[in-house]
Design a protein around this ligand. Structure first.
Ligand code: 5AD
Ligand code: SF4
Length: 489
């Protein structure tokens, strides 16, 4: 597109040096650019954010949406939007491949829409080889940024718009790239647009220091840093005032929360503070590393009225030998003892987990140990993954990568075991009357709503949209495998 508008409204002397003020300044600038482009187009500019990966990325996407709406973009439910952003994941190789496939398809839309921009962010962008590949083969991408500078999104949009549509735009030279290796900065008080009005993720910490030998996360999300408890509490209080009844506290390893604070505070202590917030009904958290799960936390969970009866406790492997190779810093016995302690304290807790099959050197005996833990713990559900070699991690350099067909066979056996146990456990609550947070109307039948029990199980029941966001007592009349059918009691 030829230059559509002249960009001379940034007054360098006016740019605030401190955050978040600086970003609010750029939001005003971006708003003006969006207005000019919308006028040129004859319609409001639209955006679409596609999120890959974990809850952390989902929360980051809400921050992107908050800023996009603030600067005047209108959300659209399709990748034909004027600004499409891929918030990527790189935890397994197939996640990367999916993104490349879809980028080619996006270019088809871009060729037909002179107002279109494509942005790429998230974990995949922290890998230099990925950025190199996009620079070489996907030159139509307008903006690339990483996990550490997402708070600068308003500023980045402004630069990307100038480079794409401003006077300095030259054909084929419009890519804006800003990737940081790491940061110790946490910027508070930027706009966020929640997906749900009644529940919200809340970051309590960023990054990870564990360096499990298969995992790329510490390389792409940087070192562990915790938010100040007062900031977390303030955010939750505001959310509650805005109608939120359930929060999901997010961190790569929530059990090591608070270690790097000026006044250190444990995760259990933080939970106790959050519990006091009036109007907040439910607290969830994710993810817990077994090595750091303290007795203090179990005690707090036992006495809490708000912490949900669900714990996600990644096992990764049941073999102590493989756990050592994985650098997990617990063994099979410790894990099983932990599960026993938790169940003794909170008998009706639902336990879920992550398991990797085919870690380098995993023998049939090692795999049998994993099956043994699965049978002993009897998880309510488990996410099972085939080991994916991530360049740069210690495990990628390990010899004895397990042959594909062996891994596939083990994976199928594990999945069968996990599913059989989940199905056996699923109906445990049939007949009981329990509180359910109603989350949405059923897609197929408007007279049905869907909600969640404290233990995270799904319940479908007759009801209308005005129940959404409310916690109601529901009698669970029937179990249909992975969900319950219920009725208001
Ligand atoms: N290969 C397969 N699964 C992995 N995970 C993390 N890294 C890898 C990898 N290289 C899984 C772990 C983690 C979950 C989020 O993803 O089980 O808990
Ligand atoms: Fe990855 Fe381990 Fe950190 Fe989880 S705890 S993000 S698996 S390095």
């Amino acid at each position: 597109m030829e230059q559509k508008f002249v960009l001379n409204i940034i007054d360098k002397k006016q740019i605030p040096e401190t955050e978040p003020e600086r970003q609010y300044y750029f939001m005003d600038i971006a708003k003006e650019y969006v207005k000019q482009l919308s006028e040129a187009k004859g319609n409001p500019l639209t955006f679409h954010v596609s999120t890959f990966g974990c809850q952390m990325n989902a929360r980051d996407s809400e921050k992107l949406v908050g800023i996009l709406e603030k600067v005047g973009y209108v959300e659209e439910d399709s990748e034909k939007a004027d600004f499409v952003i891929y918030n990527t994941c790189t935890v397994r190789e197939n996640a990367n491949n999916k993104v490349y496939g879809r980028l080619g398809y996006l270019n088809g839309f871009k060729k037909k829409n002179p107002f279109m921009m494509i942005g790429m962010c998230g974990c995949m962008m922290q890998e230099p080889t990925v950025v190199e590949k996009i620079k070489q083969s996907y030159r139509f991408v307008n903006l690339i940024f990483g996990t550490h500078n997402i708070y600068k999104f308003a500023e980045l949009i402004t630069t990307a718009m100038e480079n794409s549509f401003g006077p300095q735009h030259k054909k084929g030279m419009s890519m804006t790239i800003d990737i940081w290796k790491d940061t110790d900065k946490i910027v508070e008080d930027l706009p966020v647009e929640r997906k749900y009005s009644f529940k919200s993720g809340v970051n309590i910490m960023f990054g990870c220091n564990n360096f499990c030998s298969y995992c790329i996360v510490p390389y792409v999300r940087g070192r562990e840093r915790s938010r100040e408890p007062k900031e977390i509490i303030r955010e939750i209080e505001r959310l509650v005032a805005d109608g939120v009844v359930e929060v999901m506290l997010l961190g790569q390893n929530v059990n090591s929360y608070g270690k790097n604070l000026e006044t250190p505070m444990s995760f259990a202590e933080l939970l106790q503070e959050i519990e006091k917030i009036e109007g907040l009904e439910r607290i969830r958290f994710m993810t817990s590393h077994p090595k750091d799960l303290s007795d203090q936390l179990i005690e707090v969970m036992k006495h809490s009225k708000k912490i949900c009866k669900h714990l996600h406790l990644p096992l990764q492997s049941g073999s102590s030998r493989i756990l050592k190779e994985m650098n997990r810093r617990y063994d099979k016995e410790h894990y099983l003892e932990l599960v026993e302690k938790i169940r003794a304290a909170v008998p009706d807790i639902a336990l879920t987990t992550d398991i990797i099959v085919g870690f380098p050197g995993e023998t049939e005996e090692d795999f049998e140990e994993t099956l043994d833990v699965v049978r002993k713990v009897r998880y309510d559900s488990a996410f099972t993954f085939i080991y994916s070699k991530r360049t740069g991690t210690p495990a990628a350099a390990m010899e004895e990568q397990v042959p594909e067909e062996v891994v596939k066979n083990r994976f199928d056996r594990l999945l069968k075991e996990v599913q059989t146990i989940s199905a056996e456990k699923a109906s445990a609550l049939t007949g009981q009357t329990l509180p359910v947070l109603i989350e949405e109307q059923n897609g197929q039948d408007e007279h049905l709503v869907t909600g969640r029990l404290s233990n995270n199980s799904t319940v479908h029941l007759p009801g209308s949209a005005d129940l959404i966001g409310k916690i109601v007592d529901v009698t669970l009349t029937e179990c249909k495998g992975f969900y319950y059918i219920g009725e208001l009691s």
